[in-house]
Design a protein around this ligand. Structure first.
Ligand code: NAD
Ligand code: GLY
Length: 370
């Protein structure tokens, strides 16, 4: 992290959902400030949930940012996408019940998207719903998963198949936490950043083309700008369509193919952002075959992925049926009709439920393998 972000004061965005509206605070050092957390606590009982990787890095800093006089408990879960299960969520519920926490407790999710999704789901169900705060510490969770209230866990048959919409009370993004993020995880987060440009903002796409080297180098000012622009786009879309009846589905660009890759490979082998990266290129290629994108457009998408150091090929061991079987389970499908997010142009995504099956199958078969 360079000094440029350390001196900046936090920026605040808002997710506008009426009574359930909440702020997203983005800045350097927000984690350790009492003012960041205190306004969003429902009562005196606080359960911090994190994992074994993040706890030694940031748990103390978070605790230091809590006001005095609280009853604070912690749950430290094992790390990894394969732990995103109902069993892990049950450990959170067990800890809440053991501590005798009531409906005015607050859960704090400290970690990446895996922790955030599980803690949100635990909060949605505990005593039929308690408060929670997102403190995302990966780029992916800062630009995507912590905002918008999608919570849940994986099922062996499908990614994020068990879950609920449950909005946090606040999202606190401390950009300093990215300094410890492994480079592969940073790249995975960049996939979701690129996604926003592709679906809705061609100017942001051009900005990314110029700034990806700075983002890869963890330049504070560039990261702050990318997080702000991503969260701002996401906040608008969520405010328009909280429960994904329409426009929010566009946020799933690359995810139908990506989820198929993740679940076929075994959760955690391909990172979520990596699978989404390859999936976005597959969606771009299909959009080219529909004559919406040019070859030059597809090459631009490929170049963006390359400069983010993301995969541009599908797994070698995935055949057509491996893809199709998993894509049929996609949550966007209606009445077993496959619905894909495709690109009418760079910066303009659409939902398409009319892709000729032959064209889709031919694209999957001919898409380059690793
Ligand atoms: P993750 O939570 O597994 O975190 C990635 C790795 O980084 C983990 O090993 C974690 O312990 C470690 N880590 C976290 N913060 C760190 C830090 N500051 N320094 C060093 N290491 C750190 O993965 P992710 O990419 O954050 O999130 C992926 C998950 O998010 C997937 O399960 C995906 O389905 C979900 N997701 C949800 C939504 C949503 O809207 N709810 C959107 C996108 C993705
Ligand atoms: N990441 C997709 C969504 O939040 O809708």
């Amino acid at each position: 992290m360079t000094e440029s972000s350390l001196s900046e004061s936090p920026a605040t965005l808002h997710v506008d959902l009426g009574e359930r509206s909440y702020p997203i605070h983005i800045g350097s050092g927000v984690l350790g400030h009492v003012d960041s957390l205190a306004p969003y606590l429902a009562g005196r009982q606080v359960m911090i949930v994190t994992n074994q990787t993040v706890a030694p890095l940031y748990l103390e800093r978070l605790r230091a940012g809590l006001p005095d006089g609280l009853e604070v408990r912690e749950v430290v879960l094992p790390d990894g996408e394969h732990t995103k299960t109902l069993e892990s969520v049950a450990r959170i519920w067990d800890a809440l019940l053991e501590a005798g926490f009531n409906r005015r407790c607050t859960l704090i999710a400290l970690g990446g998207g895996v922790i955030g999704d599980m803690v949100g789901y635990a909060a949605a169900c505990y005593q039929r719903g308690v408060a929670f705060i997102q403190v995302p510490t990966t780029l992916l969770s800062q630009v995507d998963s912590s905002v918008g209230g999608k919570t849940g866990v994986n099922h062996p048959r499908g990614k994020n198949m068990i879950g609920a919409f449950w909005q946090p009370r606040a999202v606190l993004i401390d950009t300093d936490t990215l300094a410890t993020l492994p480079p592969r995880e940073l790249s995975a987060g960049l996939a979701e950043v690129i996604k926003y440009g592709l679906i809705r903002d061609s100017a942001f796409l051009a900005w990314l083309e110029a700034n990806l080297p700075a983002l890869r180098a963890i330049d504070g000012a560039a990261l702050r700008e990318a997080i702000l622009r991503s969260c701002s786009l996401k906040a608008k879309i969520v405010a328009e369509d909280e429960t994904e009846q329409g426009v929010r589905a566009l946020l799933n660009l690359g995810h139908t193919f990506g989820h198929a890759i993740e679940s076929h490979q075994g959760y955690g082998k391909w990172l979520h952002g990596e699978a989404v990266g390859a999936g976005m290129l597959m969606a771009a290629e299909l959009s080219r075959q529909l004559r919406w994108l040019t070859q030059a457009d597809v090459s631009r998408v490929e170049a963006l992925l390359q400069s983010a150091e993301l995969p541009r090929f599908a797994p070698a061991d995935m055949n057509l049926e491996d893809f199709l079987a998993r894509m049929r389970l996609d949550k966007k499908n209606i009445d077993s009709r496959l619905r894909l997010v495709l690109l009418r142009a760079l910066g303009e995504a659409c939902i398409h439920d009319d892709t000729p099956p032959d064209m889709l199958e031919e694209m999957i078969v001919s898409f380059p393998r690793q």
